[in-house]
Design a protein around this ligand. Structure first.
Ligand code: CO8
Length: 259
């Protein structure tokens, strides 16, 4: 397994790949090295036929407190344009394996954006969300203004992006930002278990479900429904569809082989 400087990877059993951000002194601030390492690790898991779900977690205190401010402070406009700063995070959005964010503590700025880029967002009862970039004289740069608005609507997105205030997990759950809230000491187990559940499903069906739900954020209802129907029809070309339906009729647990 590749050795990384700012993240740790492991493979708990059951087809789950785990990526833990590991910059505790900087509250897991998302430096360019974190971006390179995390996207690389996620791509490796995505290519691994044994892995059916990827969990991304931080520490008890912080999932991630945003992009690394010390790295950005001295940059000028030409620097960020020429480097296309932060565009590399889009590689994570291309990962086809379902991504689960396990969020404990601060998920601010890029940390909130990273969590929202994942497919499931499982949060601890201590999680805090926010887009405080405005306090630094900038705005979200990794999709926050777009994904937050789609997730919670204009009213709350404007409130968070314009005032920079944080949103406690209870409010985030009411607003529809998070999939589940669990006690902090159960967070990682819950996220890994959710990963195992997904990994035990048909891999192609899981990828299709992810693609279909994500398409809802990109297109009109009629186009989205047409797109879903094509993927639905395609599922009937898989052995997993035969296995899933036979198992139901034979009253046994299906064993999906990915075919
Ligand atoms: N970048 C760099 N270092 C950080 C960051 C950060 N975002 N956040 C915390 N740290 C460091 C602190 O500088 C401090 O370091 P040191 O001990 O060497 O002084 C250490 O982490 C601990 O932090 P605090 O002492 O501040 O801890 P507190 O418990 O007092 O406060 C907070 C915790 C409230 C989370 C506070 O640290 C804070 O406000 N952090 C900054 C939050 C922020 O503004 N985030 C947005 C950053 S901008 C951004 O994300 C742009 C998004 C664009 C896309 C990003 C893609 C990755």
């Amino acid at each position: 397994m590749t050795h990384y400087e700012t993240i740790e990877t492991s493979t708990p059993d059951g087809g789950v790949g785990l990526i833990r951000l590991n910059r505790p002194k900087a509250l897991n601030a998302l430096s360019l090295t974190v971006m390179r390492e995390l996207t690389h690790a996620a791509a490796e898991f995505d290519d691994d036929a044994e892995i059916g779900a990827i969990v991304i977690s931080g520490s008890e205190r912080a999932f991630a407190a945003g992009a690394d401010i010390s790295e950005m402070a001295a940059l000028d406009y030409p620097d960020v344009v020429q480097a296309d700063l932060l565009a590399g995070w889009e590689d994570l959005a291309q990962v086809r394996t379902p991504l689960i964010a396990a969020v404990c503590g601060y998920a601010l700025g890029g940390g909130c954006e990273l969590a929202m880029l994942c497919d499931l967002l499982i949060a601890s009862d201590t999680a805090v969300f926010g887009q405080p970039e405005i306090k630094l004289g900038i705005i979200p740069g990794m999709g926050g203004s777009q994904r937050l608005t789609r997730a919670v609507g204009k009213a709350k997105a404007m409130d968070l992006c314009l005032t920079g205030r944080t949103m406690p997990v209870e409010e985030a759950e009411r607003a529809g930002l998070v999939s589940r809230v669990v006690p902090a000491d159960q967070l990682l187990d819950e996220a890994i278990e959710a990963g195992r559940t997904i990994a035990a499903m048909s891999r192609s069906a899981a990828m299709a479900a992810k693609e279909a739900v994500n398409r809802a954020l990109e297109t009109t209802l009629s186009e989205g429904v047409r797109f879903e129907r094509k993927l639905f029809h395609a599922a009937f070309a898989s052995l997993d569809q035969k296995e899933g339906m036979s198992a139901f009729l034979e009253k046994r647990t299906p064993v999906f082989g990915g075919g």
